[in-house]
Structure formats: C-alpha cells, structure tokens
Design a protein around this ligand. Structure first.
Ligand code: MN
Ligand code: MN
Ligand code: MN
Length: 284
C-alpha cells in the first residue's frame, strides 16, 4: 500500500480558511500519513503546523508555494523540506509579499472601473494575513456583495488570468525561486503544471529551464488536474526524469478541488519526491 502523502495545502497565513493547526487536524482526519503546509509566499504558518502535526503523530514536511513570473505567466513553484530558518529564502519571500499590497490596491482600482466599489478595503477585511492579500480575498468580497455566486464565477468574470481586474503578482524569477529553495536544502517542484496557459513550446521551455536550474519535481496528482492530466504529467515526469508529487491544494472545506488526502495514488512507476523522507510501511 502506498503512503497517503499530501504536500500542497493552505492556511489562514495565505488564502486558506483554516488555521495551520486546523489544517493539520483535517489532514489527519483525511487519512494523511505525510503532510506539507505550503502557503503562498510565506513561512509564517510552519512552526504552528509542525507543532500540531507532531502532537497528532502526523509526519510533517515544511512547504511554501512561491509566485514566479515566467514567459509572462504566473507559475507556482512549491518548495519542500527546506530549512525554515533560511535567511535568503525568507528575504526573497518578503520581497514578493511587499509587492502584493500594491497589486491589491491596483486590483481595487480596476474593480472600481468595473463599477464595484470598496473592493480593496473589502478584500483586506477577508484577508486573514494582510501581507498575503490575493485574488481569493477579492472573490470572497464579490460573493459577500452578491455580485458573484461562487469563487469560480468571480474568477471567470473579473479575477482570472487576463480578466478585467487581474493584476499579476510581481513574482520572483524562476531562477531565484529554485535557487532560494535549493540553497535552503529543499526540493523544488512545479505546482499544477496543467494550469498554465502556455503554448506547447513554452511549456517545454519551462520544464527544461526548471530542470537545468536544479528543479527536481512536478506535481502529477493534484486537486487542480483532471484524470487525463494525471496521465499527461506522469508522461512528462518520465520524459524529463522528474520526481512526482501529490497534493490536494486544499484551501477551505467544500471549496472545490480535492480535500486533504482524498486523491488517487501516484502511478506506481514514478519516483515520489518523498522517497527519501517518508518510509513506506514495512508490511501492510
Ligand atoms: Mn491559493
Ligand atoms: Mn497554485
Ligand atoms: Mn496552492
């Protein structure tokens, strides 16, 4: 039997709705054996997450999801099992966080131009950590105002990539993000590769550049992929020699995608990113 490993999830430290300790409890309840909290551009929840996981007898790996701008598209790079005290990583993330506040102000102005008032203040009210104010918080404001019924609708109408109110995060370069993670002793993983709006040649360039920089893995089984994409990115992992990761990308109970631990196994021929960290049970 394969371990139930979930290496992608969010808390109130970024755009999730549960505190880090509550995410740990939900992972445990979902049957997870090995878990990473991977909030956007912050390490702020890791100490609480590690403590809660320890108390629950849940194996924990530090994680982070870094915003990167590559070929004009925001790409997410997940860092795993790095030293959470590493100064270069923390400074890099702090730089990204500083740009998010200004970006939110600009998104508020764009929504104003669409006839939606008070969105910047409204999004900040929904942001549990104002440094990490993001599109999900604007979406919650739009729902609260009765302007959209679901998060998905808010993204389709206003907030999604290329939509009227979207301003891209001023992320790190791919080289910076991978460099910070490796310097902190971690592994770098491309999050949900099926979600980026690249042409095939750009997608290939992302994989080969990432590989050349020392990036080790890609998410194959994620709450953001369809079953067809599980197979598609399993092929990419084989082709490029990437290790494979698995994670729900959990944000909030009932908020679509997958819940913690509730995902299919990785295809058995792939090398899991956690192979050297989390031991399979001897006999089951
Ligand atoms: Mn998110
Ligand atoms: Mn992501
Ligand atoms: Mn995520």
């Amino acid at each position: 039997m394969m371990l139930n490993v979930d290496l992608h999830s969010h808390s109130t430290q970024s755009d999730g709705s549960l505190e880090p300790a509550q995410v740990a409890q939900r992972a445990k309840a979902g049957g997870v054996d090995g878990w990473a909290l991977s909030d956007h551009d912050t390490l702020g929840g890791l100490a609480e997450a590690a403590e809660a996981a320890h108390a629950l007898g849940l194996r924990f790996v530090p994680g982070v999801e870094i915003s990167v701008l590559y070929a004009g598209v925001v790409v997410h790079i997940v860092g795993l099992r790095f030293d959470p005290e590493n100064a270069a990583l923390e400074e890099g993330l702090a730089r990204i966080r500083r740009t998010r506040f200004e970006r939110a102000r600009q998104m508020g102005e764009r929504l104003q131009a669409c006839g939606v008032g008070g969105a910047f203040e409204g999004a900040l009210r929904h942001a549990t950590n104002p440094d990490l104010v993001g599109r999900v918080h604007f979406a919650r404001y739009l729902m609260e105002q009765g302007l959209c019924e679901t998060l998905q609708q808010a993204f389709e109408r206003y907030l999604g990539d290329g939509k009227r109110a979207c301003v891209p995060v001023q992320g790190a370069t791919l080289e910076e993000a991978v460099g910070w993670i490796l310097a902190a002793g971690g592994k770098a993983v491309i999050a949900h590769p099926g979600r980026y709006s690249y042409k095939p040649a750009q997608r290939k360039a992302l994989f080969s550049d990432f590989k050349a920089l020392g990036g080790q893995g890609i998410e194959v089984v994620t709450g953001s992929h369809t079953p067809d994409q599980f197979r598609q990115y399993a092929r990419v992992a084989r082709e490029y020699g990437f290790e494979a990761s698995r994670g729900s990308d959990f944000h909030a109970p009932g908020a679509g995608r997958a819940d913690l631990g509730r995902l299919p196994d990785l295809p058995h021929d792939l090398v899991p990113v956690w192979r050297d960290w989390l031991m399979e049970p001897a006999h089951g």
